[in-house]
Design a binder for this molecule. Structure first.
Ligand code: BT5
Length: 326
């Protein structure tokens, strides 16, 4: 969309409940009515439904279902996050793109969104299933002024943000955080987070927080059927991905500000309120290591504290947890 398309779009949004005449638009923008008509068609081409009447002018009826940077930015209540938003129809992985942009010097808070990923990444080389136009697959490029040891807090604030955004769209849903990076609803995964860090001489150069949310999928491939779910499966209705995206970014920014103010305990307390793992008997797998025990808490650094049967405490930054059958 060019700058005139965007200006017209803004007028249409401002007059959403009424028509705005071609003549008025032409006057506001200093172009001919024919030019206005061409820009209206540009907007239609990207999916805006705009009604036109020779007498009354133009009215915006609906916005496209696909994600559009300008729509995400409209009404986004953020200062830092989303100052730059890039949307790609297809990427291999938004994390890969974000790291590339990180190296090129893109600013803190840049958001990279893909409608579809054909090589979406999970942790430890695993795949992330990211079909077109149904979910939110995006990465936030950050340049936080925090010591690298605090980097796991970025995953923590991201998971809190997703939980709050889900609760904002439907208060009836009860999302839970599965340590360290999954969001589950009724035991099934609706969101995964992959944070990656580039640091040099004890200083963070940039980090990338990749977030994948299953939003409107009806089905999943066989291998995921019993463990994955989408928000729509729980709400029963189609969710506006643009609205959800804005909410996640807004809640993320609040967490990011708390992080920069070093309010670690406050963040951890909120995180713990969504973690249902403390007190449970679990296995933790971390690389080739497998430890069995009881989760007795979360450390002040955000590590999981597992007590084995000999009473020894083990601390984990990362890993996979599975519940032991009782
Ligand atoms: C994660 O890894 O959960 C991190 C996923 C991060 C995805 C986002 S999308 C935007 C950004 N760009 C990327 O390339 N990645 C990030 P992990 O905990 O390792 O979980 C991976 C496992 O979850 C897989 O092995 C599957 O079992 C399962 N899985 C794959 N796709 C899924 C999906 N769409 N929904 C639920 N589970 C899925």
């Amino acid at each position: 969309m060019n700058v005139f398309d965007l200006k017209i779009l803004e007028f249409l949004h401002q007059n959403k409940d009424s028509y705005i005449s071609g003549q008025q638009l032409a006057k506001e923008l200093g172009v001919s009515r024919t030019a206005i008509w061409k820009h209206i068609n540009n907007l239609r081409d990207v999916g805006y439904q705009i009604e036109s009447s020779s007498k009354k002018g133009y009215q915006l009826i609906s916005c496209p279902e696909n994600l559009i940077a300008e729509e995400v930015r409209r009404g986004l209540n953020c200062q830092e996050i989303g100052r730059e938003i890039l949307v790609f129809p297809v990427l291999d992985s938004t994390n890969i793109k974000a790291k590339e942009l990180g190296r090129k010097g893109y600013p803190d808070g840049t958001v990279i969104i893909a409608e579809e990923q054909n090589n979406g990444k999970g942790r430890m080389g695993r795949d992330w299933y990211s079909p077109g136009r149904t979910g939110l697959w995006f990465s936030i490029l950050l340049r936080p002024e925090i010591p690298p040891i605090r980097a796991p807090f970025l995953t923590i604030i991201a998971s809190i943000a997703v939980v709050k955004a889900i609760k904002r769209i439907d208060t009836g849903i009860k999302p839970e955080i599965k340590w360290p990076n999954d969001i589950l609803i009724q035991g099934k995964k609706v969101c995964g987070i992959l944070s990656e860090l580039s640091a040099d001489l004890g200083k963070i150069k940039y980090t990338v927080v990749g977030i994948g949310i299953n939003v409107n999928q009806k089905n999943f491939p066989t291998g995921l059927l019993d463990k994955a779910s989408s928000l729509k499966k729980h709400t029963g209705y189609r969710i506006d991905r643009t609205v959800l995206m804005r909410s996640v970014l807004e809640f993320f920014e609040r967490g990011y500000q708390q992080l920069e103010l070093q309010e670690y305990n406050r963040i951890l307390d909120e995180w713990k309120s969504y973690l249902k793992i403390v007190g449970r008997e679990v296995f933790v797998y971390n690389g080739s290591e497998k430890v069995e025990g009881k989760v007795i808490g979360i450390s002040s650094q955000g590590e999981l504290i597992l007590q084995d049967k000999n009473g020894t405490n083990h601390y984990f930054w990362a890993g996979d947890v599975s519940l032991r059958k009782r």
